[in-house]
Design a protein around this ligand. Structure first.
Ligand SMILES: [Fe+2]
Length: 88
């Protein structure tokens, strides 16, 4: 098992830093200020949010939008994403 070290800044031309938006039903986490690719051999595998000691993760598949909605009212959450090329 390998411990993944998360980055907090973008590398390369793709944007990976999660953007959290409030919605009518909770929050939406988008990957990147410019949507990250979701095709071929480069895509976001999952998006998760952490709050109050709980983690909620949603897995994505090729062709999905690089964004996920969570039915969470909490606005102070930590969001993390995993890119199959660039990591956590
Ligand atoms: Fe990436």
């Amino acid at each position: 098992m390998e411990l993944l070290e998360g980055r907090t800044e973008d590398i390369g031309k793709e944007k990976h830093v999660p953007v959290i938006e409030k919605t009518d039903r909770g929050i939406r986490v988008k990957v990147g200020s410019i949507p990250h690719p979701m095709e071929g051999n480069h895509y976001i595998e999952w998006i998760e949010v952490i709050f109050n000691g709980r983690t909620f993760r949603k897995f994505l598949k090729l062709g999905d939008k690089p964004e996920v909605g969570f039915g969470i009212e909490e606005e102070k959450v930590e969001a993390r994403v995993y890119c199959n090329v660039h990591g956590l």
